[in-house]
Each structure stands twice: as structure tokens, then as C-alpha cells.
Design a binder for this molecule. Sequence first.
Ligand code: COA
Ligand code: AMP
Length: 630
Amino acid sequence: MTYAEVYGAWKNDPEAFWMEAAEAIDWDEKPSKALFEKGNNLYEWFADAKVNTCWNAVDRHVENGRGEQTAIIYDSPITHTKREISYVELRNRVATLAGALRAKGVEKGDRVIIYMPMIPEALEAMLACARLGAVHSVVFGGFAANELAVRIDDAKPKAIIAASCGLEPGRTVHYKPLLDGAIEIAEHKPDFTVIFQREQEVANLIEGRDFNWHGFQYGVEPAECVPVEGNHPAYILYTSGTTGQPKGVIRHTAGQLVALNWSMKNLYNVDPGDVFWAASDVGWVVGHSYICYGPLIHGNTTIVFEGKPVGTPDAGTFWRVIEEHKVKSFFTAPTAFRAVKREDPTGEYVKKYDLSNLGQVYLAGERADPDTIVWAQEQLNVPIVDHWWQTETGWAIAANPVGIEILPTKLGSPTVPMPGYEVTILDEGGNPVEAGTLGAIAIKLPLPPGTLPNLWNAEARFQKSYLNTFPGYYETGDAGMMDEDGYVYIMARTDDVINVAGHRLSTGAMEEVLASHPDVAECAVIGVADQLKGQMPLGFLCLNAGVDRDHDEIIKEVVKLVREKIGPVAAFKLATVVDRLPKTRSGKILRGTMVNIADGTEWKMPATIDDPAILDEITEALQSMGYAKA
Ligand code: COA
Ligand code: AMP
């Protein structure tokens, strides 16, 4: 079948399309139908089925003769460790961990926060929750205690599973003190924590509250897989929105199983037994869908890589892992390739390795710039697939469906919509625009299986953030266009979300932190173009009247404050003091204009600007920082 035929088959009869895809899943009770309309523009998939994610990702492969196959390869150039875990071993480890959690009172529906680095135990913790029907919420290790606390208060976990430490090049991330700090700040207190003690740093445990990962599993009864409803939340994953309060994206169990399984062959072109590698982190959606669940549900071997594209130990790490573990499909972020390309523009490291097993490479998380794609094409000589998705969708909205058919690549486009997604470009009034015209990218409801059905305890926010602007559509928050061939182009965000090294961050959240500094009267944070990371946050500070302290000191303090409050992942290092911020007459800060000035791109004087002279001051400030070059 061609892509057009597959997409057409879905469009013709979505119900039949997804029911057929659902046949690849082991159900305890089969769904009677695919789509369930809940009213109020809410939809659920396979809601009346009974199923267990862990059974589908682990146990069934053991039952079907894959027990000896490697499920997880742990490759950590940071600790010089490599380890393989077979499916049977994974099943046993996860069943025991789940049994220990159950013995401490964790049951179906209870939330469990997981705060762990890239070690196989992170996946085991996720799968153990899935086994019990507990709802996990993984928090990325680059977030500080305060961010963890915000998530604890929103998810109200019964337990938190963490590691003693994470390892960044040249720096140990002390998870345990961060965790203790977060529990102290949070109003909600978990019943207990489980700490995986790494040999690089052994953490102090608090008697009666903290339990040792190994010790607390001693002598427990392994847990069986608990069947849950198709619409039972598999997890909550917090992502950045406009404000400092992150959005808790919910993923339902059955939709995720069906959609991810479908994507493994049709998109990522792997068959059961093949090695699939997503070089991301379990704290992000890519890690949920394509380090943990997708490959395991589909019976692949997945790689847990604890390292960086460069410096661990060199720019050949990716190629070494691909050769050594015979990776067939590789998924990374454009920023990672930019980092490699900067150190190895002519691909000297690439030549050192045998990449003959590599079939194709996938890029997502941020815009893939044509230079990077062309470099990768030339170095690797395999299809380089840019694909576009979001935490909210859980899997690709637009991609080149390599497992179905390889469509011609158009640089700058993540190719075409996947089945399930009717992508539409709308003007401000919500009317579809013609091919080639820029607009807001929206998706006709319902979204396909595997996407978010709602936000955790925040339905009003869900409606407001995604459904109200364009009735009948899901608003992606991205702007772009579609060409005559139906190729999608993603140009910019329509909100205050920026993308730094493939990490989604909220400028609003950073502004809240800057505004909390006693000397700051007003502030704005924008994302400026960065050669390596795509974007970098840059802050403008207006100081309170009478503050006559050294500006550099104040800047140092706010940089430290963002690191403390949000975390190192915010990568907030650039700030400047200005007298005033450019605003519209109604008082809205003109962030978009400041971005254009900073990046040296064309811009028009906004008709609603209050005082155009302020833009000269902004330009001057930016120029003194090396931005705003004509
Ligand atoms: N735990 C704790 N801290 C972390 C972390 C983690 N899991 N991940 C990143 N950080 C820290 C980094 O150590 C860095 O701290 P520093 O300010 O002390 O140097 C900070 O957060 C910023 O990290 P990052 O933006 O990743 O930059 P970097 O300079 O460390 O590395 C790249 C640059 C390009 C090599 C790196 O960004 C990279 O590997 N990107 C790939 C992104 C990716 O895979 N994204 C997943 C989305 S699909
Ligand atoms: P996240 O939720 O962290 O995955 O971030 C999602 C956002 O990243 C999207 O809304 C886009 O703004 C951006 N993004 C992800 N993939 C792509 C891509 N292939 N091209 C352009 N932007 C992308």
C-alpha cells in the first residue's frame, strides 16, 4: 500500500482503521468499538476494553518466545558501563518491583512520581507502575526542587521513586537533596520514597520514609499484571505552557498501546527483534513513547543511553553505539546533530564505524534546519526523517512513513500528516487557508488514539489551551503552512513557548522567576536564535526606581535564581538591564518584535506600539550583547 492509500483508508473509515490496528494488542477484554465521544469535544479511545500495558510491553513477549531476546541495552559512556536485560529478566525485575510497591500500598490509580536519570531502572519503575495500573509521572532530572514540588502538588503521588544521583559530564546531579527539598516545599507529602542507590553517590535515607530499592523488594510476592480500562490513565507528563504552572498531559492506556505499536513499523520501519534507539531522556515524551513503551510493546530492543552527543568521550559516540548494538532506526534531536557537526564537520568519526545496519534516522523536538539535514544525509547516506509532534500528541503528527513508503524529502518540512491527523491551516478567524499560506496549525477533532484526552485535574485549562480558539479543532500552538502536495511546514510557536536544545520551555515561567527578584520591577524573556541550541532564552530587566546596584551583579543573581527555581535545563544565561519595555498601547509587551530585532530578521513597526523610541534602546542593548545584527 502507498501512503496515500493508507491515509485514505483511515479517512474513509477511521473506526475500522483503528480497530484493525488494535488487533496487534493483547486485550484482557476486547474493545467493542474504537472511538467514544464524551461530549464537550472530549474523546476517548477503546474506553470499554480491559488491558495492561506492562503485559503488552514485557510479559507477552516472554510468553511468545522472545524471553531470551534483549529488551534493554544500557550503554553509559559516562560511567563506562554496558549491560543487557533480556525480556524474561525484565519481566522478573518489574514483577518484583511492582510487588514491593504493592506491599507498601500502591494500587491501581495511585500516582507515583519517578525522578531518575538514564538508567534501566527508570524504565523498570515506569513498567512496574503500569503493571499495577498506577499512574506514573516522570520528572526530568534537569529540573530543580521547586519544579519537582509543583508536580508533586499537582499529581499528589503516593510514592516517589528516585535515584541517588544523575551524572552530567563533569558534574554529579544530587537527586536526593533535590528530592528532599521538593518534598519539603510541597504541600502534599508522599507516603514513602524508593531510592535506587548508585555506586557513584550513596544518598542518606530518612528512616521510615525512604526505602532502598533493593532492600524493599526483599521477600515480596511478585505482582501480576492488573487489567485496567482502556481509558485508564497510563501516565501524566508535565509540559511547559504559557505560565509557570506546567500542564499535566494525560495519556490513556489503550490508545497509547495501539498508536505506538502502529508507529513502530509504519513510521520507524522496525520489525520485532530489531534494535531501536531514541537518544533522548525518559523525562521527555520521546523517552516515554520511544525509549520505553513503543519499542517494548512492539518487541524491539531499546537502548538506554546515558551520555551526550559530544564529549562522552567524543563526537563519534552515536556512531559507536549504532555499530556496536546494530541499531536499525535512530532517533535524536537536531541540536544533537548540530553539536556533532560542529566538532566533526567532515565526518571523520563517522568513517571509523560500520553503520551498515542503520536503516534510517529520525529527528524531532524542534525545527530541523536544512543544513543539519543535508549534513546528516551526506554523512550517513540513509533517509533522514524530520517528524513533528508534541508532548500532547505522544506520537508523530507529521512524518515520512518509511515503513509504508518513503516519500520525497522537502527540506524544511516534516513531510505529511499521519493517519488520524487531519491537519488544517487556519487564519485568525478560524477559516482554512489556501496551500502555501501561513496560519495557525490545527487538527480536526477527534485526535487519534495515543494523544491527550484531557489535562490532569484541569479540564477548563484543557478547553482554553487547545479547544476554544478554533471550535471543532485542536490548536497545536504551532504556526506554519501546507503546500500543494500536502507537506506540512512548521515555522514558529504562536505562544510563549521556546525550544532550547530540543527542550520545551516556558518564557512565562522564567519571567515569573525574574519578577521575584527584589530589584526587578518588570521583565520579559524571549527566545533568540542560537546556532547550536536552536533558541536561547534572553531576559530584559527593568529595575525598581532607586536601585543603583551594579547591573552585572543583578544579572548574575537572576541567572542563579532561574537555575535554582527551574533548573539547569532552562539554560538561562543571557540578560540585560533596560529602562523600559516596548509595549502596545494596551500594555502588551511586544516580545515578537524583540525576537525579530534580536535575530536580525525583517520586521514591521507594530501599528499598536505605544512608544517606538523604546525599540532603539532595545536594539542597542541587544547589539551590545552581540545580537541584533542587521
Ligand atoms: N539532569 C540534570 N541536568 C541536566 C540534564 C539532566 N538530565 N540534562 C541537561 N542538564 C543540564 C546540563 O548539564 C546543562 O547544565 P550546565 O548549565 O551546568 O552546563 C544544562 O542542563 C543545559 O543542558 P543542555 O541544554 O542539554 O546543554 P548542554 O550544553 O549540556 O549540551 C547538547 C548541549 C546539544 C549536547 C545537548 O543539548 C543535547 O544533547 N541535546 C540533545 C537534546 C535532546 O535529546 N532532547 C530531547 C528532546 S527529543
Ligand atoms: P515537545 O512537547 O517538547 O515535544 O515540544 C513540541 C514542540 O516542539 C512543537 O509544538 C513544535 O513547536 C516543536 N517541534 C517538535 N518537532 C518539531 C519539528 N519536527 N519541526 C519543528 N518544530 C518541532
